[in-house]
Design a protein around this ligand. Structure first.
Ligand code: ZN
Length: 302
């Protein structure tokens, strides 16, 4: 009887404890799944993280719902990609900043000289910065600093989590380079649905061509398809890739255009560009996504 009483009382005691602890946690709101994953790695159980966008969601087109605005208003800190990645949320973020809400663009962590400028948006930069692992490490340190300033009592834990995450990213870099070495240099041509992989191309030696521009806001026209089809044939590209957050039809149209001209091109798989895979899967993490993308690209182009 005594034992039973003891078992019953434990959850009650722990329940109270957790509740008290959660009061002290920072409420963090993030936009894309890459950013949610990063904050989860650094903050662990010490923060509450709510991501606005799920797997397969295109950040260029995403609009805030009423529920999102409530989440943003209740956040201690809002982390977003920046450089107009979340093109339709800019106004909401500005409004939040006016209300003295702390908003943090991850792109601010990087030296502007290291950003790729974008032809399609004069004076703007390509926002797909997560595709250079070394940049993601710099961003990790930046997030550690911001969280530590907001919650100095957890500084040590944030720093230790950040350090071990950066170590994992260093291992990832070396694994990625090993996989890419299997692919002869002349075959390193990456054709995808939109221009998400320019940082990837620059860092890991790929010639990258996106059918749509830097943003998905403008659709590819017939001329873009014909021009790219000619490029694929000329360069004997074996495979082109769809993206999980962009409709397949443009890449399918490109494949059809190439194959109508006596050259065979395959769809080499689905890449995770602007969103991670489903939560709970390997591709649902930044590290898993990166390895999956690189293996998919290399296997299809070999
Ligand atoms: Zn994009």
């Amino acid at each position: 009887m005594k034992k039973l009483f003891f078992l019953l009382i434990i959850p009650v005691v722990f329940g109270c404890k957790n509740e008290k602890k959660s009061d002290q946690k920072l409420n963090i709101v993030t936009t894309t799944t890459m950013i949610t994953d990063l904050l989860t790695n650094i903050g662990g159980d010490l923060i509450n993280v709510q991501g606005l966008m799920g797997s397969g969601v295109d950040p260029h087109l995403y609009k805030a719902s009423e529920g999102d605005v409530t989440k943003l208003a209740n956040a201690d800190i809002i982390f977003y990609g920046g450089l107009h990645l979340e093109g339709k949320l800019v106004e909401v973020f500005e409004k939040m900043a006016h209300q003295n809400k702390k908003t943090v663009a991850l792109s601010d962590a990087l030296n502007p000289n290291t950003l790729i400028s974008s032809e399609s948006f004069q004076g703007n930069f390509d926002p797909h910065i997560w595709f250079n692992i070394s940049y993601w490490k710099t961003i990790t340190s930046y997030v550690v600093k911001i969280l530590s300033e907001a919650k100095p009592e957890y500084k040590q834990a944030f720093e230790s989590n950040g350090k071990s995450y950066i170590e994992k990213l260093t291992i990832l870099e070396s694994e990625v380079n090993t996989i890419i070495e299997q692919l002869p240099k002349e075959k390193r041509i990456l054709v995808t649905a939109h221009d998400a992989f320019n940082y990837f191309g620059k860092a890991y030696g790929f010639n990258v061509v996106g059918l749509q521009g830097i943003s998905t806001a403008t659709e590819a026209g017939v001329q873009d398809v014909q021009k790219l089809a000619a490029f694929i044939i000329e360069n004997k590209v074996k495979a082109i890739f769809v993206e999980s957050s962009v409709p397949k039809r443009t890449i399918e149209a490109l494949k059809a255009a190439v194959n109508s001209k006596d050259h065979h091109v395959e769809i080499g798989g689905t890449l995770y560009s602007d969103a991670l895979g489903s939560a709970g899967t390997v591709e649902g993490t930044y590290i898993g996504m990166f390895k999956y993308n690189v293996s998919t690209i290399v296997n299809a182009l070999k």
